[in-house]
Write a protein that binds this ligand. Structure first.
Ligand SMILES: Cc1cc2nc3c(=O)[nH]c(=O)nc-3n(C[C@H](O)[C@H](O)[C@H](O)COP(=O)(O)OP(=O)(O)OC[C@H]3O[C@@H](n4cnc5c(N)ncnc54)[C@H](O)[C@@H]3O)c2cc1C
Length: 390
């Protein structure tokens, strides 16, 4: 049916408030000029228009400048932005990854300084968690912050700091107690301007084209006011932020739906040439992708439902993450099979199907099975949630 008719995959209903807001976001995005944006900093007119509507920090309480929006409305916004590929992902990430933690753990001064910047879509941040010897096992990180009078001196090296070359601030996890047992109990989070003396950034281009950085910290002196949360209480701050990151990763289903719709548009134009006759292996592959995507969307919906009901989503969120990551890779491979190798070329080459979006999806898919916790780590969370032996 997907090939022979123009029927889309059935939608998931987020309830009256969520769906009403989805229509509002759709109408808004349809009125925005396409293109001409810088993916790193976002499209400034779009950012300003969204900030004017109070869409960054939508779910925050009114006292913090938010709109007290429901989870369904926040998810509708993320889905529509992902589906339309609107270049405001960094701004939405700053709400989820930093804003929510600052709201919960920040001082009055930090809230006053950073929440308005985040609401305006103007905080350019990067995440300083991973190190050469600390990725999945984040708690073993060794970058140190030592007391120095009223402040701290930071020494160490971070890896994979995405966007570090453009960021104004780094959200940095550092060790403040070398002997802490467990290791988690000796970490503290700092929010530091990237132009602080002693910070050196070296850029690396990832497969998808985005820039991740190795960042060196040599005797970087920061005031105690840069600390977010308690001394040695960083693990709580970090895990709060990572939980949001998993929600963002779960939202990948919306961008995969876009990939499926793009793929179907190309296939429908010449079904015989692209996927062959009914019953062919390629059609079966397309059907499998669509079914798995629908399962992934069902898991995301279940994770949203469980979170909204205050039960957390200990199983559904990592399950959605694992399935989404695997599906992103499966999409990349199926796309090569169905559209041919030229689909992997970038949009700079004339006549590339999908204008390069398929090739980009393939190269980006690696990030979905690694970033924010690898699929193996997510599987460990699922096992723990199921009560399996460690
Ligand atoms: C494109 C990209 C952007 C990124 N951006 C950022 C960023 O902005 N900021 C940041 O701090 N980090 C970032 N990261 C880093 C990312 O969080 C880490 O790569 C990830 O946590 C994995 O750590 P690692 O690379 O050290 O791999 P390792 O932890 O060394 O893992 C190697 C392999 O071992 C497996 N493994 C490890 N431990 C276990 C276990 N307990 N059980 C089962 N299997 C296990 C892993 O699944 C993996 O296959 C980014 C990574 C990528 C690829």
């Amino acid at each position: 049916m997907l090939v022979e008719t123009s029927a889309p995959l059935p939608a998931f209903d987020l309830g009256p408030a969520g769906e009403a807001f989805r229509q509002e976001v759709r109408a808004f995005l349809a009125g925005q000029a396409a293109g001409g944006s810088d993916p790193a900093s976002g499209s400034q007119p779009l950012v300003a228009a969204m900030a004017g509507r109070g869409w960054f920090g939508l779910g925050w309480p009114a006292a913090a400048g938010g709109r007290d929006a429901s989870l369904a409305e926040q998810v509708a916004l993320h889905e529509e932005i992902s589906y339309r590929r609107a270049p405001v992902t960094i701004q939405l990430a700053s709400v989820m990854l930093l804003g929510n933690s600052i709201l919960r753990h920040g001082t009055g001064a930090q809230k006053a300084a950073f929440l308005p910047l985040i609401r305006a879509g103007q905080l350019r941040f990067c995440l300083g968690y991973s190190e050469p010897e600390a990725g999945s096992d984040l708690a073993s990180l060794r970058t140190r912050a030592d007391r120095d009078g009223d402040g701290w001196v930071i020494n160490g090296q971070k890896l994979w700091t995405t966007g570090g070359h453009l960021a104004s601030h780094v959200w940095l996890a550092a060790r403040t107690d070398a002997g802490a047992v467990p290791k988690q109990a000796g970490l503290t989070v700092f929010l530091i301007p990237m132009d602080t003396p002693g910070i050196t950034v070296r850029q690396h281009r990832a497969l998808s084209g985005e820039i991740s950085c190795t960042v060196f910290y040599d005797d970087v002196r920061v005031p105690d006011a840069a600390r977010v949360g308690e001394v040695n209480g960083g693990w709580k701050v970090i895990t709060d932020a990572l939980a949001s990151e998993r929600v963002l990763m779960g939202g990948i289903a919306a961008s995969l739906l876009r990939q499926l719709d793009d793929l179907l548009a190309v296939v429908r134009a010449s079904p015989g040439a692209r996927v062959g006759p009914r019953g062919s292996a390629r059609r079966a592959r397309l059907g499998e992708l669509a079914v798995t995507l629908q399962a992934s969307r069902a898991l995301v919906a279940a994770a949203i439902g469980a979170t909204a009901a205050g039960q957390g989503a200990r199983l559904e969120a990592p399950m959605a993450g694992v399935l989404g990551g695997e599906l992103a890779e499966a999409f990349g491979e199926a796309m090569l099979d169905i559209l041919g190798p030229q689909a992997a070329l970038s949009g700079d080459n004339p006549g590339v199907p999908g204008g390069g979006a398929f090739g980009y999806g393939l190269r980006l898919s690696v990030m979905y099975v690694v970033g924010g916790g690898t699929n193996d780590i997510q599987r460990g969370l699922i096992a723990r949630g199921l009560g399996l032996p460690r």
